[in-house]
Write a protein that binds this ligand. Structure first.
Ligand SMILES: Cc1ncc(COP(=O)(O)O)c(C=O)c1O
Length: 456
């Protein structure tokens, strides 16, 4: 039976997979930027799975650190013990996050969604501790993604991922997201003006919340939903100032952009913004173990320590020793190989700059409307008409077709739809590990070009 004649019944297995519409190759091995399937086919991972892998696969020192931890102590519950590895890694992460987090503390989770849930509750508890008991709303933005759990979906703005679950979530205000390629305003001075207008929207939403706003959550750079859209100059600074003025906690979701991905330790550093709470996951363990972290500033931790003295929250597996050991070894590797610098797309001779240059070349293709991003996180947006920026009809599934073409050629990318209005608009997310070489980048971009041409 050929793949095209397989029905959804044929594609049923004991694993409840993401889709019954397509077969999934079975992955069996990884090394560097490559993954191999059970048939021996090799794939170059040009999207780091989903912007997860940053240090490359198959690194022995990471699995050794995990094995060593498992041999010593596989697990304890955080209601009974702490562990040396969690204490050490928390301090290293605080140092990595910079001066603003001195005296703060880290809460370890098993991934992005759990970290977002934790941050939402932390923001609420902070407000209660300081006597602002009315404050419980967490404002967020349209066209954002903060996770799959119901609390995280409530603050997300990814239409397709939310739609059917909306009756189950408690919704707060969503504001607009600056998207310079399709700017809704007058776009003068490199979108400085539109950035200020979007920031003003936040101020109006906070005022409309009538003293109930507890926090504002945002991705410094849009991740999968819009595809690596960077904020206009001055926007994040204005947002941070508005939050500070209104006593609203600034919560940066760096699940995708954190731990070096954009060529800085955390992406907020590009815009000199200091959040009250910083969330990260994905790259923190580079995929070697399920791990996320919520990095809380001193102000937030002090409020709880001096108040009720207990954070009313917990997961059985938070600060799991084996995951934390993996994260610690990954951060050590990032620092010893100077991978944050390698990811910097504005520094000469780096993987980041090679990636930027190669991807910029895609603009010559008839259907490529925009190429945007920073570091090792890029978006390529496809359009049916470059002049008018008209998207492809969503039912054509253009980005998915490009993704399939890439897969046939042994290249992994992350296709998404909905950048224009949540439904229409096709783009790819490109987020390879920072250990990728210039030769591997040019091979990957060649395959990508061929897949785009074939899909046109
Ligand atoms: C910005 C952002 N926040 C949260 C999440 C959710 O993370 P996870 O899938 O690890 O639960 C994601 C996942 O893609 C993300 O990109």
């Amino acid at each position: 039976m050929t793949k095209s004649t397989l029905t959804s019944q044929d594609l049923r297995t004991p694993v409840l997979r993401r889709s019954f519409r397509k077969p999934y190759p079975a992955a069996v091995r990884g090394e560097g930027v490559y993954v191999w399937d059970a048939d021996g086919k090799r794939y170059l991972d040009f999207s780091g799975s989903a912007a997860v892998n940053f240090i490359g696969r198959g690194v022995r020192e990471i699995s050794d650190a995990m094995v060593e931890q498992a041999r010593q102590l596989e697990f304890v519950h955080t209601s009974q013990f702490t562990t040396p590895v969690a204490e050490e890694f928390a301090q290293e992460l605080l140092d990595f996050a910079g001066d603003h987090f001195r005296g703060g503390a880290v809460y370890f989770t098993c991934g992005g969604s759990e970290s977002v849930e934790t941050a939402l509750k932390l923001a609420r508890q902070y407000q209660v501790e300081i006597g602002e008991t009315k404050r419980h709303r967490v404002l967020s933005r349209n066209q954002s993604y903060h996770g799959a759990t119901l609390g995280a979906l409530a603050v997300s703005g990814n239409r397709k991922r939310r739609e059917i679950y909306l009756p189950m979530v408690r919704e707060f205000e969503h504001i607009g997201m600056p998207y310079c390629y399709r700017c809704a305003f007058d776009c003068t001075e490199s979108c400085y003006n539109c950035g200020q207008q979007y920031a003003a929207e936040l101020e109006r939403a906070i005022e409309a919340a009538n003293g109930e706003a507890a926090g504002f959550i945002f991705e410094p750079m849009s991740g999968a939903t819009l595809g690596a859209v960077t904020p206009p100059p001055g926007y994040l600074q204005a947002v941070a100032e508005i939050c500070r003025r209104h006593g609203v906690l600034l919560i940066a979701d760096e699940v995708m952009t954190g731990i070096g991905r954009t060529g800085r330790n955390f992406a907020v550093e590009h815009w000199q913004v200091a959040p009250d709470i910083l969330i990260t996951a994905k790259g923190i363990s580079s995929g070697y173990a399920p791990l996320g972290a919520v990095i809380a500033s001193k102000k937030v931790v002090d409020a709880i320590a001096a108040g009720s003295a207990a954070f009313l929250h917990g997961f059985t597996y938070n600060a799991h020793p084996i995951s934390v050991a993996a994260g610690r070894a990954v951060l050590g590797r990032i620092q010893s190989l100077n991978l944050v610098h390698a990811a910097d797309s504005d520094a000469e001779g780096t993987a980041g700059s090679a990636l930027k240059k190669a991807l910029e070349g895609l603009r010559d293709l008839e259907v490529v409307g925009d190429v945007r991003g920073l570091g090792m996180l890029w978006g390529v947006e496809f359009v049916a008409d470059k002049k008018t920026k008209t998207p492809f009809p969503p039912e054509q599934g253009f980005s998915a077709r490009v993704g399939q073409g890439c897969l046939r050629r042994g290249l992994l990318v992350y296709p998404m739809q909905g950048s224009v209005d949540g439904v229409a608009g096709d783009h790819l997310l490109i987020a390879p590990p920072a250990v990728i070489t210039a030769e591997q980048i040019s091979w990957a971009v060649e395959q990508l070009c061929a897949a785009v041409k074939e899909s046109t």
